[in-house]
Design a protein around this ligand. Structure first.
Ligand code: ZN
Length: 111
């Protein structure tokens, strides 16, 4: 599975290698800022679409790195997950993003 490096300053993403376990932090070739690593599922908005970039940045800062998020998580009495269903769609607007983060916060990837 590949991943992408994202620069919020330049609003660009760069495809990187496929070895998700061995990713390294890297700097943006244009501005030198440290980039954020997300999964290849991230679809970068148009460079001029600042609103959508802000939504993506917000989601990433909250630990949603465009990995699969499950709409339904079934747990038994002990709290162990026994089933997962339906991938949730990543939101496009800030309002939806805030709801998304609240709803799925247990599935965030905290570094
Ligand atoms: Zn940059």
């Amino acid at each position: 599975m590949g991943h992408k490096n994202v620069c919020f300053n330049c609003r660009k993403s760069y495809n990187q290698g496929t070895d998700w376990d061995n990713i390294r932090e890297s700097k943006c070739p244009e501005c030198g800022a440290l980039m954020k690593q997300v999964t290849h599922r991230f679809r970068p908005p148009k460079q001029s679409d600042v609103k959508k970039w802000n939504v993506a940045k917000f989601l990433m800062e909250q630990g949603f790195l465009y990995h699969h998020v499950w709409e339904k998580v079934f747990k038994n009495e002990k709290g162990e997950i026994y089933a997962l269903a339906n991938y949730a769609e990543y939101p496009q607007s800030m309002r939806e993003a805030k709801e998304f983060v609240e709803k799925y916060k247990e599935q965030a990837i905290i570094e």
